[in-house]
Write a protein that binds this ligand. Structure first.
Ligand SMILES: Cc1ncc(COP(=O)(O)O)c(C=O)c1O
Length: 190
């Protein structure tokens, strides 16, 4: 990979050290060009459904390659909030396995979505951070056999704290909980 070449695609990097990797992430020239082309196609030719679907499929394929997933594991949605809402509203209804664990380091909208779920809000457990970090022992303690799903950020949005997904997955899966990882700030990075 040519590091210099990839950096040159992001004009803002000439003048800034850019740490945000989110909806306000640095814009790359090819992305800017694609937005412009899409805008122009709307102006000049109007709706182009099949072209849009082709682009969507291309994007799914590339994203599957990026994260090492199969194509049928990739769904494209408009935002993380939409994705988490879709998951939160389609969880199985278990009387004895109904606890939802998320962390203080999740993006605020993630917590709002869990609290907005009527059947879930009585069974929420929030893992607190200490000095901007969360320890594996906290997962060991908070995730219990009645946990249905554990929701965590991979990289924290305000201090960059990176969690050990493999270790957390081992703990969470051992307790029979699903693991939902918000990789918004980490996808595409080592
Ligand atoms: C880690 C993380 N999760 C979720 C979100 C919210 O994403 P969206 O606006 O796509 O719902 C953000 C936004 O910056 C984020 O950094």
């Amino acid at each position: 990979m040519n590091h210099k070449y990839f950096r040159s695609l992001f004009p803002v990097l000439n003048t800034h050290i850019y740490l945000a990797s989110c909806s306000q992430g640095a814009l790359a020239q090819p992305v800017s060009k694609a937005i412009e082309e899409y805008h122009n196609s709307l102006l000049l030719t109007g709706r182009n459904w099949s072209e849009s679907l082709n682009k969507l499929e291309e994007t799914r394929t590339k994203f599957a390659e990026l994260i090492g997933a199969d194509l049928d594991e990739i769904a494209v949605v408009s935002s993380v909030s939409e994705a988490i809402s879709a998951l939160a509203t389609s969880l199985p209804d278990h009387q004895k396995k109904n606890k939802v664990v998320f962390t203080e380091m999740d993006f605020p909208t993630v917590g709002h979505i869990w609290f907005a779920q009527e059947p879930i809000k009585e069974h929420i457990s929030i893992i607190r951070s200490s000095n901007g970090e969360i320890s594996l022992e906290q997962y060991e303690h908070e995730v219990t056999m009645d946990t249905l799903i554990t929701c965590i950020p991979h990289v924290n949005y305000y201090n960059g704290f990176k969690q050990d997904i493999k270790e957390i997955a081992d703990i969470v899966h051992r307790k029979g909980s699903l693991l939902l990882v918000d990789a918004y700030q980490s996808a595409g990075q080592k």
